[in-house]
Design a protein around this ligand. Structure first.
Ligand code: CTP
Length: 394
């Protein structure tokens, strides 16, 4: 648990107690300013652990606590989180013990902001919060009420009981994902015409890679079948299989699906391929102004997995539509035997191929429809992962 220098820090020991009572082991990392509001002795007493506050601890000169603590915790919550720590996190600044730990922490991270209303409403703070949300940080919104400065308004830290509840809900959902296997397809496929040419599409794989990272972060073992893309997968729980054509993607997906608990197919698979693929470069014909390619249909990977699916497996796909979007997506959901489908409309600006943002509607087989806002692909990945986590646990 991180604690920074705001008046709400006086509630931090209560949160530590609630977490300990719920069965968690807690270590506190504090800023210098936090210790103006709460004592080290109080935190050590309620947590039963030494407080981490100094990057250059003279008693432990070779300490790399900011590195070992990042592996120690299953999750981290900063409560209260001041505008200052939020700004540092959004910019990657690491100039003290807590900010250095936060920069290296790669597991579920929660922030409970607390500050004066004017600070909360400042454009810089709003921008920083959005950046952190896009990075996958869970923001526990502040509430409205009396503030330390004597005024009343937004900016009060959420009550410790509710912070503990938010942590518990997410960690419980994540623990159900722990060790489960999920298959993801991502990126385009290239269908070879000859030795130097192919039929492809504009997919970059960003959405599928964001999903793979988010699911790995939640404890899933991810099998990522990727079409040609320059993207890199970072999380050690991601096993990446590179393929080029739809048929290679089909082979990899059908091989791995039986050992998986879920699959989300986000790849933009070419529906057709040239029936003949030359292993030399096709020459221009001097006596002809046109050229005809004969295409044959590729296997539908998602529909095949829909037929293979057994009880307990969750299957999801994407639908990229230009007309009658909802109706077409629902048809695909039924036809391919999916549990949910993520609809992308080409009419939405900033959504779809190549963009860093996306706007999706999630439709499940029970008819529930969730229309999302335009957000970063990382934030969309969080929504999709939430949907999967809910279905996998039920
Ligand atoms: N898909 C697949 N294999 C294919 C084609 C599509 O696995 N050969 C998957 C995509 O990964 C996506 C979903 O099917 O999850 C829907 O893809 P989309 O291109 O929207 O639809 P199609 O099924 O190809 O139908 P249409 O082209 O008629 O819209």
């Amino acid at each position: 648990m991180g604690i920074t220098g705001g008046i709400a820090a006086y509630k931090a020991p209560m949160l530590v107690r609630l977490l300990v009572k719920a069965g968690a082991e807690v270590t506190c990392a504090v800023t210098e300013h936090a210790l103006q509001f709460v004592t080290e002795l109080t935190l050590e007493t309620v947590s039963g652990h030494r407080v981490y506050k100094d990057l250059f601890d003279r008693q432990n000169p070779h300490s790399t606590e900011h590195i070992s603590l990042k592996d120690w915790g299953d999750a981290m919550v900063v409560a209260p989180a001041t505008a200052n720590i939020i700004g540092k996190m959004a910019s990657g600044i690491a100039d003290d013990a807590l900010s250095t730990l936060l920069l290296s922490f790669r597991k579920p991270l929660f922030l409970a902001p607390a500050m004066n209303t004017q600070m909360l409403e400042s454009p810089a703070l709003k921008r920083n919060i959005e950046m952190l949300r896009a990075d996958g940080v869970n923001i526990i919104e502040s509430t409205s009420g009396e503030l330390a400065c004597g005024t009343s308004g937004d900016g009060r830290m959420e009550e410790p009981e509710n912070i503990a509840k938010a942590l518990e809900e997410t960690l419980t959902a994540n623990s159900r994902c722990n060790g489960k296997r999920v298959l993801i397809t991502a990126g385009p496929t290239y269908e070879k015409i000859d030795a130097v040419r192919f039929i492809g599409n504009f997919s970059t794989g960003k959405m599928g890679f964001a999903l793979a990272e988010e699911l790995a972060l939640r404890g899933f073992e991810v099998v990522l079948v990727a079409g040609p893309t320059h993207l890199t997968a970072h999380h050690p729980n991601i096993e990446r299989i590179d393929v080029t054509s739809a048929r290679e993607m089909y082979d990899a997906a059908t091989t791995h699906f039986p050992s998986c608990d879920a699959a989300i197919l986000s790849a933009a698979v070419a529906d057709f391929r040239p029936d003949h693929q030359a292993d030399y470069k096709i020459k221009k014909q001097s006596d002809s102004d046109d050229m005809t390619l004969h295409l044959v249909q590729n296997p539908d990977i998602l529909a095949t997995l829909g037929k293979m699916k057994h009880d307990g497996q969750v299957l999801a796909g994407f639908a990229l539509e230009t007309d009658n979007e909802l109706e077409n997506a629902k048809k695909k959901l039924t036809k391919k035997n999916l549990d949910f489908i993520v609809l992308n409309s080409l009419h939405d600006k900033g959504a779809g191929f190549g963009h860093d943002t996306n706007k999706v509607t999630i439709i499940d087989r029970n008819g529930s429809i969730t229309v999302g806002e335009l957000k970063s692909k990382q934030a969309v990945a969080i929504d999709i992962a939430d949907k999967l986590a809910a279905l996998i646990s039920s």
